[in-house]
Write a protein that binds this ligand. Structure first.
Ligand SMILES: [Zn+2]
Length: 600
């Protein structure tokens, strides 16, 4: 994992022009750099790099993006690798939570986990303690005898700080035990084992080394399953149980099966489905898929057909992103889902009906997108036009994240439109309008942050105008061009500039309050503030700051739109708009730097 700060730092340390120049000959024209596009064949340069926005754009094939996007595309890398690549290039050391930064420490923790695995296994096999006996009974009651327990390195955690004592006797420090999350501090600061009275399932990395544990309760305690928290070794969103054992079978067959839980995984393997892995207390994530994608071409997500299972499937629908479309390129995985009969888990089904029954369920797996669409149509009333329209909307909702992809259009053309009896063009038009709405909602959320400070600057400008007659000449002209926020501010500005510029401050206050009575508290709170420094400088300062903040907002919005834009001409236009605003911003910032500092 790389933190956002580092990602930003690396981006800021990377000069896009220099980066591109490593592989493309760029010619400077004014402030811009042009060259032949590395992404399509061309004789005349239509590939432009804008040093101000730090974006590149091709007016021929419409490829575009920032430094990370450039590296991902030219070097065929995934995002995090692109960050690592550029960090290395900029000599920035990333503070990755997992990596080679602390080799000594990582080795120690791996040794500690190995010692814990052996200790727990020994407890399960040999201990005469009542708890260990119960654990053995628990396992044999679930078709897991001692031979199986040995093969899977299962164990028993007795608790009572017995593991801690054992690890201490092996020379591990308290801090190491805490860092591995095998030991925790109790409420009164005492040291205690994290796991007690549980059957232990070691979770291994790809090399088969224990990096975490899952503990299944054998009594009445909550929670039923307790996992190791995130540590230097273990990241649950990136770890799959039994992948170390399943990877060979996955590679040779091309398919991975994902279930939820250790016992189901073991039951699957024992029944011959040795390509099975499990998530660990989390839904399937895109990181899991990327990990599986190294070995599998197809992933079948097998879940219980009951309500909890359905919820898991709904969460899985969040995985419908551009990553699973044919356009995604290198990372592309076919994600399918298969539903077990309600109230059954894989272990039950295998025990009751055998592996053939499970194979039949796997054979009926279908692409996640089709499944999600079917779920969304289940409650629809297709008898009425209104019902069909509502059904169309909710099914299109599923496809929104992969808008513009061939996959989305294919689903609309081949499945949705015929099923619901609508024309493809109508469905597509609705889809596009839903998409437009969604973008506007997101954009307005992101731009609302800048709004408050804009409004404050506008308030200050109005007060300056009222209080300091010498600023009125400068400000009056600017007031006509400012995009005032809300309803009151434009009225106030208009009232002020239409009054005599030589009017007394008190007269202008009266006018202002007449124009916008609701604004009285803002105006009266501000009017008595003392002021030092030149008022005209202050007027310029406020105007430039306001302009700067407005430009930053507009650039942010345009960049979001640019990143989403699939069609060519609009992308070209947006890119030019960003470039123009960036250069306006640079001019404003130069002016800002020249204004002597003033204080209120
Ligand atoms: Zn191009």
């Amino acid at each position: 994992m790389i933190n956002d700060d580092d990602i930003r730092k690396v981006r800021e340390a990377t000069e896009l022009v220099e980066l591109v120049q490593e592989t493309v000959v760029l010619k400077q024209r004014g402030r811009e750099f042009w060259g032949r596009c590395p992404f399509h064949d061309e004789k005349t340069p239509s590939f432009k790099v804008d040093p101000r926005s730090q974006l590149y754009h091709c007016f021929g094939c419409h490829a575009g993006g920032d430094a990370y996007g450039y590296v991902m595309r030219t070097q065929n890398m995934e995002f995090l690798d692109a960050v690592r690549y550029l960090a290395d290039r900029a000599s920035i050391t990333l503070t990755e939570t997992q990596g080679s930064l602390q080799p000594g420490k990582k080795t120690r923790l791996l040794e500690l986990m190995k010692a814990s695995t052996e200790y727990y296994a020994l407890q399960l096999l040999r201990s005469a303690e009542p708890g260990a006996k119960t654990a053995r009974q628990y396992l044999s009651g679930r078709n897991m005898g001692l031979e199986l327990a040995k093969r899977w390195q299962l164990g028993y955690a007795p608790g009572n700080a017995k593991l801690f004592d054992h690890l201490s006797s092996k020379g591990f420090t308290i801090q190491e035990c805490l860092d591995a999350n095998m030991v925790i501090k109790g409420q009164r600061g005492q040291t205690q084992d994290r796991f007690y009275e549980r059957v232990m399932f070691p979770v291994a990395d790809l090399q088969g080394r224990t990096i975490a544990f899952g503990g299944r309760v054998i009594g009445e305690m909550e929670p039923k399953d307790l996992n190791t928290s995130e540590t230097l070794l273990f990241h649950k969103r990136e770890t799959l149980y039994a992948l170390d054992r399943a990877k060979a079978a996955i590679t040779s067959g091309g398919t991975a099966i994902v279930v939820e839980g250790y016992t189901d995984t073991i039951a699957m393997h024992e029944a011959g489905f040795t390509n099975t892995v499990a998530t660990l207390g989390t839904a399937l994530t895109i990181q899991h898929l990327k990990l599986l994608n190294r070995f599998a071409r197809k992933v079948i997500y097998l879940f219980d057909g009951d309500e909890a299972g359905k919820r898991a499937a709904v969460r899985a629908a969040e995985l419908i992103t551009e990553d699973i479309t044919p356009e995604a390129g290198r990372f592309r995985v076919l994600l399918e889902v298969a539903e077990l009969p309600p109230g059954t888990d894989p272990a039950d089904l295998l025990a009751q009906k055998g592996s053939q029954a499970l194979q039949e369920i796997l054979d009926q797996s279908m692409p996640l997108i089709r499944y999600a669409i079917q779920q969304s149509l289940k409650t629809a009333n297709l008898a009425s036009p209104e019902g069909r329209h509502a059904a169309l909307r909710s099914a299109l909702q599923v496809l929104l994240p992969i808008r513009g992809s061939i996959l989305a259009n294919t689903y609309i053309a081949d499945e949705l439109a015929p099923q619901l009896g609508v024309e493809f063009s109508q469905a597509l038009a609705l889809f596009n309008s839903m998409q437009a709405l969604r973008s506007t909602e997101q954009d307005s959320q992101e731009s609302s942050q800048g709004k408050a400070s804009n409004t404050n600057l506008q308030n200050e400008l109005l007060i300056l105008y009222i209080e300091h007659p010498e600023t009125r000449k400068i400000l009056a002209e600017a007031f006509e061009r400012i995009a005032w926020d809300g309803e009151d501010l434009p009225k106030l500005a208009k009232a002020l500039i239409s009054a005599d510029q030589k009017a007394e401050s008190s007269e202008l206050y009266a006018l202002a309050l007449d124009a916008a009575p609701a604004y009285a508290p803002v105006l009266s709170a501000k009017q008595r503030q003392a002021f030092t420094g030149s008022t005209t400088h202050h007027a310029y300062l406020l105007m430039y700051m306001l302009k700067e903040s407005q430009l930053l907002n507009e650039i942010a919005l345009a960049k979001i739109a640019y990143a989403k834009q699939a069609s060519g001409d609009l992308a070209d236009k947006l890119f030019q708009e960003i470039s123009a605003k960036q250069s306006e911003l640079a001019t404003i910032r130069e002016k800002l730097a020249k204004v002597p500092k003033t204080t209120l």
